[in-house]
Each structure stands twice: as C-alpha cells, then as structure tokens.
Design a protein around this ligand. Sequence first.
Ligand code: ADP
Ligand code: MG
Length: 572
Amino acid sequence: QNKDKLKKTLKNINGRGYKAYKQIQSNWYDFGYYKLGIPYVQGDPFASPSSILIRIDQQVTNFPAWFWENKIRRMAVTDFLTRLIERAIKKYSKGQRGSGKSGLIAITKTGQEVLERTSVEFNKDMIEARLSLGLPAAGRRVLGNEAYKMFFDELPKIINSTLYYDNINSSSLKKHVQVIEDQETLRGKLEEQGLVAFIANDSILPRQSGIDDRPLTGNKVVHFMSPPEYEVTFDLPHLGKIKGMGVKEGITLIVGGGYHGKSTLLNAIEKGVYNHIPGDGREYVVTREDAVKIRAEDGRRIEKVDISPFINNLPQGETTTDFCTENASGSTSQAANIIEALEIGTKLLLIDEDTCATNFMIRDSRMQRLVTKDKEPITPFIDKVKSLYTDYKVSTVIVVGGAGDYFDVADHVIMMDEYRPKDVTDLAHKIAIELPTQRKEESSDKFGRICRRVPDPDSINPKRGNKFKVKASSKDVIHFGRNNIELSNLEQLLNREQAKTIGYILVFALQKGIIDGQSSLGDILNKIFNILEKEGLKIISPFNYPDGDYVKPRPYEVGAALNRLRTLKVKR
Ligand code: ADP
Ligand code: MG
C-alpha cells in the first residue's frame, strides 16, 4: 500500500480509542526507497510495544557485495547497523510522549560483544531492520499527529542515516567487519596449534567496574604482555601478524597474589568465546568456543546426574550415579556443573578459586589423616583433573591463590605479578619436589563415565493455563510457564536478550518435537543449533513475523538453563 494510506488512517483515528490503531496492522507501506511493515500493533499504550519492519533492496542501499560474501561478515554488518540505529534513535526520536510507552522507538540493546541477532537481517538481496515502537496516546486516546511525526519524520531520518551505504561511515564499518572476521579466524586456528586460548599483546583486560563492561581507562591500566615462554604469532587475514600469549591444552594454573589480576585474566578468557567490538580491549582475546566456566552454585536443583566421578558413599546410602536434589551443596553443585558441561561436550573447563567450594577442590594431608577416606564422599578435583585430560582430552585452566598442592598436577603455571603474566612452571615444579604435600591421591587413574540423559518433554511446560509465558526480565531469570529458571550463576550468559532467546529456543524445540523423549540432551542441542545455523535465528519466533529481540546464546547456556528448570525430568 501507499504511504499516503497510512497518513490518512492516522488522521482519521486521531483522538479515538487506542484499539483504532489496529487498522494499521498487517500492512506493508511503500515509502519509495524502503517499505515499512507493521506486523503487530499493541493493544494498549502500556503493553509491549508494536513491531515494525523496515525493508530495503540491496540495489538501493548501495552496499558492496564484499559485505555479504560470508556469514561472519553478514553478522558483523548486522551488529554494526544495530548499533548505528541505536544511536540514530537517540538522535532523531523525540522519545517518550503521552502515556505508557507512547512515542518510544527502540531496537535491541547491544554491549561489548558482537552476537548473532535478529534486530537486522542483511543479505545479498535486502536489509531488514526490526524495531519496536510505542504508538502514542494521551491516556488511551490515539495521538494521531504524534504517530504521524514518528512514521513520517523520525523514522525516515533514522533510516536515512543508517541503512544507506553512502550515508554511513564506511571506513568504520569496514574496520568493524575486519576485526570481527579476524577474531573468528583466530579462534578457528587455536586447535591446530594445540591452544585453548590466546591473549594478544597490548590487550586491555580489566573493565570499568563490576557493572560496566567497557574497558578500564586511565594511566593505571597495564596492557597485557605475554611472557616470552608462551609467546605465539598468528597471521590474520586483515590485521596481519599478531603476537600474544598462547594458553596450551592440558592443565594450566594461574597463580599470584591477591589483587594481582588473576580473575581478570580468567574472565577475559571466559568471554573470549564471543567476538568483541573494536576498541573493547579484548578484540584479540579468543578462547575455544566450547569453554565452560565452572563454579559452585549451592541451592540449585540437580536431576539425575551421575556425579560419582567426584562424589560417592553419601551418608544414609544416597546414590550418586543418578543424583537428585532440590538443594545442592557447594561441592555437589560444582560436581554437577562439571558433569553437565562434559555431557554437552565441552573440552575446556575454566575455574576460579574465588567461586569454588574449597572441599571440592582440595583435601590436604592433615585432613586426609583426620577424616579418613571412608568418611569422605568427595574425591577432590585435584585428583581428577589429570584423568579428565588423559581420558577425555578436556583441558582445565584454574585460578589458584591458596592451594599450592596443585603444582603437582599442573602442566603450566602462569603467575600474575602486578597484572603482568610470568612463566613460573619450572619453579613451581621444583618447589613441588622440595616440599612434597604428603597427601595421598584419592582416585584410580580413570575419570569415570559421563552420563547421557534424555529429557522428558512432558516435564518442560512453557505454558501458564493454556497461554505461553516465556519472558526474561533480566539476564538472571527466565519466567518459563509457572516456573522461574535461575541463571545468575551462568557467568558466560551475557544479557537479558540471550536469556529470553533461550526460553524461546526451548519452546521451539518442544513444538518441533526435537525434545522427543528419546534424544539425549547433547543430541537435542546439536539438532537445535544445526537448524539455527541453516535457517537463521529468526526461525524460533512463535509469531507469524520475526521478533527483532533475539540474541543467539551458546548451546552450553541453553543446556544449563534446561538443567536448572525445577520441573525437569530425565531418563537415563
Ligand atoms: P585477583 O583475582 O588476582 O585477586 P583481580 O583480577 O580481581 O585480582 O583484579 C584486582 C583489581 O585489579 C580489579 O579491580 C581489576 O579491575 C584490577 N586490574 C586487573 N587487571 C588490571 C590491569 N591489567 N591493569 C589495571 N588494573 C587491573
Ligand atoms: Mg580473584
């Protein structure tokens, strides 16, 4: 339809009840260079805002073909355009006016990471941007003139300044895409070099604050510099040669005094599974994509996990080969977190002493003498970390400040000294010989079996009554049917949008019969992520139009969320 039709309708419904806005729903309006789609109109000014789509032919946008040549470039462009639109909205939208969400124009939020999102689609044929818009009202009366301004003044300005190649800063776009493509390439090269992570020289690891993920600034920032022993060089398609510290497969300890930067280094490695924007300071900090941060998480539920590699002979004969609890302890939760990550297929565990259960990590010789093995259900991680690598090729990077017993099992020891890493492997091994711990190893040399669980679809219910209820109000919790899935201990989950997307991925997997009562959790996640790879993330939308607010999570966080659903039942 012609845009004049929209103009006329808005005039006609001015001052009428809010429901009159429904007249503009489900239409495409031709604005000449672009088309505006309104697939969904909100029911009232306080409800979630209306959805709009903006579609432009690639012939009109004038983007060179280079930008859509491969998937990672398309993703990087999408990310860049989302950020541009975010800024243009701030500049050109008059913002809230009238009641509720009246007058607001919004696109999904972005942070330091570059993620696959549905906010913008970019391919060889077209660009489609997906925004939300609060149709304006005074009380519940349509403010037609304000709506007119939004559609015919503010939106055109936003679109004009962001979706036409000739109107945007093409060199910063190109830089963005190149930096992302380089990171992706770099991550892909880790395995062939026998590395689990790489931290480029000159990276900036510390963040502004615990609630601000931007890089720390000021003259106190110490830029990262690899010790010579660990320095490796990569050749990247755009940047060329880059040097930095390679973290090798096997068992690596990060030691050092309190406040010397151990956790900061590990946190950067954790987030290295994602790509970062230019200027983040961690653009060339990359980690194998299957790395999982492990921590204690007492209070969580556990559903039939075989934690027997770590825990046996519980009081009162409770079984640990299919261990269930509504309220895990520090050590049982940490054991379950490890086994569940292994079940999905991780080959790299990241552990920080700061967030561990001490009795899970270590039992020293004095304690071994006082509390004999037959009275202690826990086989500490120190006695399993080696067999994890020899049996399953699972590497571990552990931050330890206090437990020198780990020197015996470490392949590499890196010391953080005033934020500068040093190789102290030989020294640590020498000390281990000079000062034996006298503790007895508590495990045979086999790690043990890793369980394979089959989720029961009937135990996963996203409905409340007969209506779907899937919502995330923050990154910490998904409201899923009648249940809340608690995610605050998933340190590699980034934001509310990822949490929400996990909820919708679960709904999608249920509706498509992927969670079928036969397939293991690992197979289910493989199947889901293969579909998302092929069809794009927007496929999960349960509506008849794409939601622009999805952000792709990793399979590990999707699995972790399901494992934390309090109604989950599994077969073994
Ligand atoms: P640790 O885990 O060794 O106790 P942290 O990693 O928590 O230490 O770091 C302690 C403090 O030092 C944090 O406030 C962090 O932001 C800051 N910090 C870490 N690395 C650097 C660095 N390279 N330059 C400046 N400050 C840093
Ligand atoms: Mg710390």
